[in-house]
Design a protein around this ligand. Sequence first.
Ligand SMILES: Cc1cc2nc3c(=O)[nH]c(=O)nc-3n(C[C@H](O)[C@H](O)[C@H](O)COP(=O)(O)OP(=O)(O)OC[C@H]3O[C@@H](n4cnc5c(N)ncnc54)[C@H](O)[C@@H]3O)c2cc1C
Length: 479
Amino acid sequence: MSDLEHTVDRQASGLDAFLAEVAEMLGQASLLTGAACAPYEIDVAHCRGKAAAVVFPRDTHSVSVLMRLAVRHRIRLVAQGNRSGLVGGAVTDNSGKQVIVSLTRMRQVREIDPLNRTVIVEAGALLSQLNRTLESHSLYFPIDIGSDPAIGGLIGANAGGSRLLKHGDVRHNLLGIEVVLADDDGTVVQLLAPLRKNNTGLDLKQLFVGTGGAFGIITAATLELKRIDQSTQSVFVALPDHGTALEVLQAFEHQFGDLLCAFEVISDAALAITLRNFPTLRHPFGQSSASCYALIEIASSMPGLHSLFAQRTEQVLEELYESGRVHDAVLGNSSSFWPLRDNLPLAIAKEGIPLSFDVAFSRSRLVAFRDQAAQWLQREHPLLQLYDFGHFADGGCHLIVLVPHAHIAQYGIAKVVAVRSGIYKLVSENGGCFSAEHGVGPVNAAYYSKYTAPEVQKISRAMQYLMDPQAVLGRYRYT
Ligand SMILES: Cc1cc2nc3c(=O)[nH]c(=O)nc-3n(C[C@H](O)[C@H](O)[C@H](O)COP(=O)(O)OP(=O)(O)OC[C@H]3O[C@@H](n4cnc5c(N)ncnc54)[C@H](O)[C@@H]3O)c2cc1C
C-alpha cells in the first residue's frame, strides 16, 4: 500500500479521528505512535505486528473512555500485559490499524486484606512486584511460572505453572474482577467482592479468564492468597524412562498427599541442551545418567516440617531405588534445581527455531503420546530434534521440536505446518488438548477451528457477538 493509500485508508477507518480524540481526552502523553511503538509490537515468542498506536491508560475511567472511542470509531484494541504470552495474543496484526492498550501504568495494589488472605490489584501490576509487596504479610499469589507476567495477562491466559498440582491455575485463585466492556458506554463491571463463596447467579468473571482479552479489558482483580511456604524439600531424581516417572509420582503422592506441590519431568536431551547453553549451571549428577529426570517439590506453609520431609523423602527414594525405579537422587532446596527447568526454553531457542507444543492429557495417555511423537518425528522428520519437559503431574507436556540452525533452509512454511499438523493429530488421537496453558491466539488459531467441538465454537461465536458486536477487541475472533 502506498503512503497516500495508507493515509486515505486511515481516514476512512476513523483511525486518525480516534487517535486525535484519545490524545484530547487522555492526554498526548498517554499515546505512542510510529517508531516509538516498536518495543510493544513484539512479544517474547517473537510474534510481531505493526500497531497504529500504543495507549497507556492510567486508570479504569481512562480504559472506559478508550473503549467508548474504539466502539464509536470501530478500532480494534489489543490488551497487553508483559508480552510473555506464547500464542501471539498481545501483539497486533500487521495492518497498522489496530491499537495496543498497555496496562503498564495501572500497577497499583489497591487493598491488601491479610485476615481474608486477599488482595485487590490493578491489571498491569507484575506478579513479581505483587509478591514483593505481599512478602511482609507472609503471603503470595501461588502461580509460579518462569516469566514475570502482569495480572491481566495471567488472567487473559489463565496461566498454570509449576505448582498447579497443589494450588490450581489462575481460575482457581481468582475471586473477583473489574472489567471494561466493549459497548457504547465503555461500561465498567465491578465484581471485586473478596468472597470465596458466591452462588448468586452466573459467575461472569469466568468469561474473561483464559479468553485472551476477547470479551473485555480487565482493569483490576481480587486474588486469593496463600501463606508463604515455611517447610520445603526439593529432590532431583534420575529415572530409567518416562513410564517409570508416573510410578514415582504415585509413590510421592502416596507418601505426601496434597503437600506434593511440583513434579516436573525433563528428558535427558532437554537437560543436556540447557547445560550446553548455560555453562554456569551444573548437572545435579555430574553427567548424563538417565533417560529422564524429575524435579519434585514438597512444601507446606506450616513451619518445622523440614526434617520430616527429608526423612520421608529418603525413605520413599530408598524403596524406589531398591526396586530399580530410581537410578539416583539428590536432595536440595528449590533454588538448586529450578534454574535448570526455567532456562530450558531459552537454551533450546539458541540452537535453532523451536516449534513449541503446549499439550495436555490424562496422566495415563501422556507417555504413549510422548513415545508416538518421538517415533513419528524420527521417521518423518529425521533432521529435527525433540526436547520434552513439563508439568507431568498435571498431564502437561511442553514438547519442543527444534529445527537446528543447519536445517532451517529445508524447513519452509509447508514443512513446519506438516510437523504441527502431525503432532496435533497424535495429541487428538490420545484424547489430549492442543493448548494446555497458553490459550488460543494467532499462533494456534487454525487448530482451534480443527479440534474444538463445533457446538463449542458456535456458542463461543454467539458469546463474542453478544459481548463485542463491533469486533473491537482482541486478536482472536471465534469465527
Ligand atoms: C519463560 C516462560 C515461561 C512460561 N511458563 C509458563 C507456565 O509455566 N505456565 C503458563 O501457563 N504460562 C507460562 N508462560 C506463558 C506466559 O508467561 C503466560 O501466558 C502469562 O500469563 C502471560 O502474561 P503477560 O502479562 O505477559 O500477558 P501478555 O502476553 O501481555 O498477554 C497474554 C494475553 O492476555 C491478554 N491480556 C493481557 N492483559 C489483559 C487485560 N488487562 N485484559 C484482558 N486481556 C488481557 C492479551 O491480549 C493476550 O491475549 C511462560 C512464558 C515464558 C516466556
